[in-house]
Design a protein around this ligand. Structure first.
Ligand code: F3S
Length: 287
């Protein structure tokens, strides 16, 4: 089997400067300076392999709520950000806060606050209403924002389009947002639409489309609850090439590879570690 890896794949963040790799670097540094006293509420990034590795190799404790973090411990805020109430509670508990929120998410939080301060209503388009990023961004304001999913856009009734702005989660599908937003803009010409997809997301989606032209089948490596990985799968499928997502090499199903499949393209989501992707590539090369 000929295996081709996408030109852009895996962790976003320019080797530790921001995004997933930046969040991991901050968590590693926190763990090295405060061994055994570093906590995360939920996953730092949406990938269980990363979570398990941080727990095992760095003794970072992953808990379900702030109540489970002892006073004066170090709390790393996940890459998707957190609501203001969590920061306030963490300060009250004298926690050492390490903020690993991706700058692109921080930017969305700031834009939303500014829009509401200027009297606008905001429609925030998310992959799901309870996605961590959607919660962290929309909780920055107490009123004036409505969360919708892309599939809910067609049913929207906007009463004051001239005073309304549409903002998005960073990891949506560029193809689907384009299509939905063109339709929405036609319906409401006075509406302001500000897509906020990050460059890491669009680059990986463009990379999977160009990879699709060179191979017979596509594999996206990423977690089922990772929005960017699942959108990558949707974009891959739009190419009409058979496309599948796996969380790790053991999930590869040999029945996907009939004799007409001579080459396979592999791309990893922005929260997938390289060692998982390499294991997938190695496994495919043996087929
Ligand atoms: Fe940030 Fe985009 Fe990565 S929002 S965490 S650069 S996928």
């Amino acid at each position: 089997m000929q295996v081709k890896l996408a030109t852009v794949s895996g962790f976003c963040g320019d080797d530790g400067k921001f995004g997933v790799s930046g969040a991991i670097r901050l968590a590693q540094e926190a763990a090295l300076s405060n061994p055994g006293k570093v906590y995360l509420i939920g996953e730092l990034v949406h990938n269980e392999h990363v979570t398990n590795w941080l727990k095992k190799s760095y003794q970072i404790k992953v808990v379900s709520s702030l109540k489970k973090v002892p006073a004066k411990a170090t709390l790393v805020i996940k890459a998707h950000g957190a609501p203001p109430a969590l920061y306030q509670e963490a300060v009250k508990k004298n926690l050492n806060i390490i903020d690993a929120t991706c700058p692109m998410v921080k930017a969305a939080q700031t834009i939303l606050k500014q829009l509401i301060d200027h009297g606008k209503k905001v429609i925030y388009v998310a992959s799901s209403k309870d996605h961590d990023e959607a919660v962290s961004v929309t909780s920055q304001v107490e009123h004036g924002v409505k969360i919708v999913t892309l599939s809910g856009i067609d049913d929207l009734i906007i009463k004051k389009p001239a005073d309304t702005v549409v903002l998005t989660q960073t990891t949506l599908s560029m193809l689907e947002t384009k299509e939905k937003f063109e339709h929405l803009q036609k319906k409401y010409p006075l509406l302001t639409i500000r897509p906020h997809l990050c460059q890491a997301t669009t680059q990986r989606q463009q990379a999977v489309l160009s990879l699709a032209q060179e191979v017979d089948l596509l594999i996206v490596v990423g977690a089922p609850h990772s929005s960017n990985s699942q959108r990558l799968l949707e974009v891959a499928r739009s190419s009409q090439k058979p496309s599948y997502a796996v969380n790790e090499a053991s999930e590869i199903d040999h029945s996907w590879f009939d004799p007409s499949i001579l080459s396979v393209g592999v791309i990893a989501g922005a929260s997938t570690p390289a060692w998982i992707t390499q294991a997938v590539v190695k496994h495919l090369e043996t087929l």
